[in-house]
Design a protein around this ligand. Structure first.
Ligand code: UT7
Length: 391
């Protein structure tokens, strides 16, 4: 495979064309699934309503030992395995999430530490359910511009932690999970072709999770009508109408940018919010609903994780072949929406399994990561002691 040194054009020579290809993918789910019937034991709803109105049968819910970062880490390990690269080769880690471990440090920094990806920059990206497409676009642009060579892009969520479990209009919809891809620079044409990113902040109140700085949550603390801190609220009907409009619109716009017709798209991998949204979008675009990947039934809406999880399952189910045109399309809070067109095809022939030696090296690095992290903390503590004794 033709790969690149960082920053081809730094010496003044014209930069060779660079393309950003997805070369690895992985996903992770919590251990426990919760069915619609289980939900209906504590909130007034039933399997028939949920399935008919959304297409959801069950969702996965993180237990106490699982978190956004642990799910992201597991998905990342799988993606590195498929890509057969070492974590130390990564230049950038981006985690798209609305349920970050902390306001800071970022979930991406935790994953960077656990992977021993010591040469990677890391940050979280907030664009709700569109976050994964935003993050992928960002990473692909950095690769194409020549500032980085490889990136790990993750969508990870523990939505169960910000749901109001008494609100049947939202708690039935969401689930937890993570999906990840590895992007790499290559001279082989293809990969990420074009994207459209959009936002309409005037609709921000339609779907929201107030955090510490929120004026809305402050109103709630003062006994007013503000929304609860860290709890999601959604105007379902309005978000539904917005979603059906922007899915079809953004697919048309991104296809035009990529220089292809909508009919050239082989598979749409959409954000998994509601099967009826996907059906409406397929009707508007005049394309067969079979071209829309859907796994809502098993996972519900996992926000920023839903597209990479669906992509991962589509690849594993062999629904994506070389030279296929794939449309990733996300929509959600912000309001935000985004569509990306990818021409699929690995720039290197796929090995049946990642090489045994590299696999062992990755496992050694994960162990080293634990020791490295511990020893750094320990060194800092010792330094503090020494400093305080000197003072
Ligand atoms: O990922 C971010 C993007 N999010 C989305 O795209 C979500 C978009 N919105 C939706 O998917 C849908 O609007 C919902 C699934 C949230 C709601 O479906 P809907 O068809 O818009 O239902 P609705 O809110 O209009 O409610 C219809 C009826 C109401 O009863 P009445 O007033 O007609 O008597 C609700 O009270 O269904 C009732 N209802 C329920 N019944 C049983 C609402 N939630 C439930 C429930 N179980 N869980």
């Amino acid at each position: 495979m033709a790969t690149f040194e960082r920053n081809d054009s730094a010496n003044g020579a014209p930069a060779a064309a660079r393309y950003a290809h997805i070369v690895g993918w992985g996903m992770a789910l919590p251990e426990t699934a919760m069915s619609n019937d289980e939900l209906s034991t504590f909130v007034e709803t039933d399997d028939e309503w949920i399935f008919a109105r959304t297409g959801i049968r069950q969702r996965y819910i993180a237990h106490e030992g699982e978190s956004t970062a642990t799910l992201a880490y597991r998905a990342a390990q799988q993606a590195l395995e498929v890509a057969d690269i070492l974590p130390t080769e990564l230049d950038l880690i981006v985690v798209a999430t609305s349920t970050a471990e902390n306001i800071f440090p970022s979930t991406a920094s935790l994953v960077q530490d656990w992977l021993n990806a010591h040469d990677a920059g890391a940050f979280d990206l907030s664009a709700a359910c569109s976050g994964f497409v935003y993050a992928l676009n960002m990473a692909a642009d950095s690769i194409r511009a020549g500032s980085i060579t490889s990136a790990l892009v993750i969508g990870a969520e523990t939505m169960s932690r910000i749901l109001d479990w008494q609100d049947r209009s939202t708690c039935i919809l969401f689930g937890d999970g993570a999906g990840a891809v590895v992007l790499k620079a290559s001279a082989a044409p293809g990969g990420v072709l074009a994207s459209v990113l959009r936002s309409d902040g005037a609709g921000g109140d339609l779907l929201a999770i107030p955090s510490v700085g929120s004026i809305d949550a402050a109103a709630s603390r003062a006994g007013g009508n503000g929304n609860k801190l860290y709890k999601m609220t959604m105007a379902g009907g309005e978000v539904f109408r917005f979603a059906t409009r922007v899915v079809s619109e953004s697919i048309e716009q991104a296809s035009a940018r990529a220089g292809i017709a909508v009919s050239d798209i082989d598979l749409v991998v959409p954000h998994q919010a509601n099967l009826r949204i996907l059906q409406a979008a397929a009707r508007k675009l005049g394309i067969d609903i079979k071209k829309f990947m859907s796994n809502l039934e098993k996972y519900g809406n996992t926000s920023a994780a839903s597209i990479p999880i669906a992509l991962c399952e589509a690849i594993e189910a062999k629904r994506i072949q070389d030279d296929d045109h794939i449309a990733l399309v996300g929509f959600g809070g912000g309001l935000t929406w985004a569509c990306m067109i990818i021409r699929w095809g690995l720039p290197i022939p796929r090995k049946p399994q990642s090489s045994l030696l590299n696999r062992q090296r990755r496992h050694v690095q994960y162990r080293i990561a634990k020791w490295r992290s511990r020893s750094r903390r320990w060194r800092r503590r010792v330094n503090r002691r020494v400093q305080s004794m000197r003072d």
